[in-house]
Ligand binder design. Sequence first.
Ligand SMILES: [Zn+2]
Ligand SMILES: [Zn+2]
Length: 376
Amino acid sequence: MSGKRDYYEVLGVEKNATESDLKNAFRSLARKYHPDRSTEENAEDKFKEIQEAYAVLSDAEKRAQFDRFGHDGPSGSPFGGFGGGGFNVNFEDILGGDFFSNIFGGGGGSGGRSGRRRGSDIRLLHTVSLFDIYSGSTEETELELPTSCDECDGSGAEGGKTKTCSDCSGQGRVRMRQSVGPFVQDVVRECPTCHGAGQTSAVSCSPCDGTGQAMKSTTLRFNVPAGAEEGTRLRMRGRGQPAPQGKGQQGDLFIEIEVEEHPWFERSGPDLIMSLPLGYADLVLGTSINIEHLDGKNLTIKVPAGTNSGETLEIRKRGLPGRRSGGRGDVIVLVKLHMPKKLDKKTKKTLLEIKPSLAPKDMLERIKQDADERRK
Ligand SMILES: [Zn+2]
Ligand SMILES: [Zn+2]
């Protein structure tokens, strides 16, 4: 028994479906589930299933075999029954050129055909501290970024002179053979030589070595919003890689924020959490502690007399700004009893002296009473 679905069922067609029924069904399903653009769940698995079903049913011999034996073909393996050497389906012919230019045209640009070419995006990591995001900050950083070569205006060609690309004969696209699971499929991709332009330099521009791009030292200024979280992305439009050969839109620059660890504050959304170890006497008698806060002002932690180890104290609205709520979070202080590792003689003596007055009398009293009672 094979766990596979019936190929007719996969494509949603009748057993007597004609070649064009199959083609139509495959076309609409492939558009829906193509992994590069589908938002459906398990799109990739579904796409493979659809491909497999179509590859078998569109081949008269394999279809006849499937009709007779189902998935449990003569060779035992459901797939081995159908050729074994992989399928060769030209998906572009079925799906149409537009389908592929849409898929492959998104990021890198599909070149000559759509004319919407675009340089790559650049990602930059930038580290800030909790101080920076307490009220937001303006950052300035100097770095080398790719820009268009001034000499050739980004074309990569000396004097702007070009010739027809010999690898794609000026088409800007090349047909490539690609393996997808057991399949070999023909796909059409941007020509890697001319990046889809169909033209290459007659003579390469020498300052940029024909790339059309040069690194330039640039000063970037940007604002880190208050309360920015780890992974926050700031986008600077048109500051990424220039388009290939200077024709098309420059990519974007993304600045990804990394937040440095703080020595005692830990972040929980807009709240700042810290643990505060205190001596026994401070817990019993209460105390007040001042620390310098992220805003440079005093943060006063009032520990009331009789606070237990493990209790939390809240200092309202001194946390980070909430990205959604607008208001500030709290500072939450977790109080812990500090247990000394070693005691000097004097402290030990004093402790022994005051020990009776610190003992939990109620409980001991009750134990004694309970014993007396049982003795009666
Ligand atoms: Zn140049
Ligand atoms: Zn080319």
